[in-house]
Design a protein around this ligand. Structure first.
Ligand SMILES: [Zn+2]
Length: 376
């Protein structure tokens, strides 16, 4: 995560960079800010900057071995603690370590994730995830190790409000007598819910809601939103990027995905290459995040058509319009093509994330799907 990828919050960025340059990094900081303000994103960018071996004037280099590991949130001196609970896979003694893969995937995808989204990601929607005592024992263990590669060890504690009371003494002790060259970054929304003794040992870095200008710039570059739609999302999300993503997901993108998927499948079926190329030109403009969301929608439609074919269409939650299309389209999805189609779409999703040339990717994919649709 680069500072440049953190939306707005310029004042905080500048003061963090200054603290590194002046060698005055306080060892325990609380990044306090409302949902969608980017305090977790900023903590990761700050940790990456501190560990970067070729710092630039106002950001990390992105190329040194440390930055490369940070790209996948997999640096051996970067540790995370976050709220967890038991789920299908982890049925007892949950602690952060056991969920690290899911955590990495979730925050690489969206470092502005809310606690609710994290609950859904873990499949624990009806439980309260907490940071428990086992996790704090892990902190002590991990921080007593020598650093592997960096000068600093960084421990990011997300949702410090969720620290279970019995876990506090361990954390408190290590905050009072921190091992040298260790940086604690606590991330929270509400300081009143943080155990006071912990709170008093941290330096508070305050995050405001995002300013409209930065939010609008991000939304227009990432999602190609403009005009009324852009203004609507900016206004309704009130400086909360998580909420902006929710709004986009729910309304515009859903509608776009549905309309364009129908168009796409018709063109593939007709093998109308000229119109397909025009369609690809349009879809190339919408930005990678939305292209990924579009492919996800396509995968969902393929799955749902298959369910309809198996006679379990009533399990499928679709709007009336979607159902109408799915009923017409489902005869074209069958045992002979659904696996290949799912694989092709998954591969496309993966390659979009890896900056593949989108025009070539969509053209190849369209041609393959044209072939597949002929298989009855
Ligand atoms: Zn670097």
């Amino acid at each position: 995560m680069f500072f440049s990828e953190v939306i707005g919050q310029e004042f905080v960025k500048r003061s963090l960079i200054k603290s590194v340059k002046n060698n005055r990094v306080s060892h325990a900081q609380l990044f306090l800010g409302p949902e969608g303000s980017g305090n977790l994103a900023m903590a990761i960018a700050f940790a990456q900057y501190i560990s970067c071996e070729a710092k630039r004037e106002d950001d990390s280099c992105g190329e040194c071995p440390s930055c490369v590991k940070y790209k996948n949130i997999a640096h051996p001196d970067l540790h995370f603690i976050f709220p967890v609970a038991t789920n299908k896979e982890v049925t007892k003694n949950p602690r952060s370590d056991l969920f690290m893969e899911q955590w990495r995937t979730a925050i690489v995808e969206n470092p502005y994730m809310s606690l609710g989204q994290w609950h859904r990601h873990l499949g624990i929607e009806n439980k309260q995830a907490i940071i428990n005592a086992d996790d704090c024992n892990e902190i002590v263990k991990k921080l007593s190790l020598k650093t592997f590669e960096s000068e600093y060890k960084v421990m990011i504690i997300w949702k410090a409000e969720r620290l279970f009371h019995s876990a506090a003494p361990k954390l408190l002790k290590i905050l009072e007598e921190p091992p040298s060259k260790t940086l604690f970054l606590l991330i929270a929304e509400n300081s009143e819910q943080i155990i006071p003794t912990i709170l008093s040992r941290t330096q508070i870095v305050r995050f405001k809601k995002l300013d409209h200008k930065s939010l609008a710039a991000t939304l227009s570059s990432k999602f190609a939103l403009e005009g009324d739609k852009l203004n609507y999302v900016v206004k309704m999300s009130t400086g909360n990027y998580t909420e902006a993503l929710r709004l986009i997901d729910h309304s515009f993108i859903k509608e776009f995905n549905f309309v364009e998927f129908q168009k796409w499948m018709r063109l593939c079926f007709k093998r109308d290459i000229i119109k397909l190329i025009e369609w690809i030109d349009e879809v190339s403009k919408i930005g990678r995040e939305r292209q990924k969301s579009f492919i996800e929608h396509a995968l969902q439609m393929v799955r749902e058509c298959l369910m309809i074919n198996y006679g379990v269409g009533q399990l499928v939650v679709l709007t009336d319009e979607e159902r109408k299309f799915a009923n017409n389209f489902s005869p074209f999805i069958n045992n002979n093509n659904c696996v290949a189609m799912t694989e092709a779409l998954n591969k496309a999703y993966f390659n979009i994330g890896r900056n593949a040339n989108i025009r070539i990717l969509l053209l190849d994919l369209s041609i393959s799907i044209s072939e597949m649709l002929k298989k009855r």
